[in-house]
Design a protein around this ligand. Structure first.
Ligand SMILES: [Zn+2]
Length: 173
């Protein structure tokens, strides 16, 4: 199941930014929104952050992450900007494992994280581009389909597997 508001908003942003193709160039999309993106040496458990300081917008990502994780982190931080910047000038993201074990997180924060992940998935793996790509593929099983699409879209197989379930393309992952 996907949030159609996020899906439409993400697709419009990609089209406006001239990024609606495979793989999505998330850095170009950030540049379109005047958000600077920098790779930084961050603590091991921090994947990235978004900060709005005096209307200067910056996304930092952990340089030690793989290109696929990095893409998702930038998309996730961009989602915080698009969806949540009015609520807070700063978002710091630790890896998800830590996030969901953090008992100090209020439910409001967890909802924002779920929303940012959903919007990031819509940005990096637009439904139309996935179905177009699938038309040209002849993968025989679910795992090879996930792996092949993950390679095309430069995301982790896990992210692609979850996305395909949410889009109703596969029944489980
Ligand atoms: Zn976040």
């Amino acid at each position: 199941m996907v949030n159609s508001y996020f899906e439409e908003k993400a697709e419009k942003l990609l089209i406006d930014a001239d990024c609606f193709r495979v793989p999505v160039d998330i850095n170009k999309c950030a540049a379109y929104l005047n958000v600077k993106v920098e790779g930084l040496t961050l603590e091991d458990n921090v994947s990235g952050f978004f900060i709005n300081k005096d209307n200067s917008l910056l996304i930092g990502y952990n340089v030690n992450e793989s290109p696929r994780r990095k893409n998702f982190t930038i998309a996730h931080e961009l989602a915080h900007y698009v969806l949540h910047a009015k609520d807070s000038p700063l978002f710091i993201d630790k890896n998800n494992y830590k996030l969901y074990r953090d008992t100090n997180s209020s439910s409001g924060e967890i909802i924002k994280e779920i929303e940012a992940n959903a919007f990031a998935a819509a940005l990096l793996m637009p439904k139309k581009l996935i179905t177009e790509k699938m038309d040209s593929l002849s993968e025989e099983n679910k795992n090879s389909l996930i792996k092949t699409l993950a390679n095309f879209f430069v995301v982790s197989p896990q992210a692609m597997g979850i996305r395909l379930v949410n889009l109703g393309i596969i029944d489980y992952y």
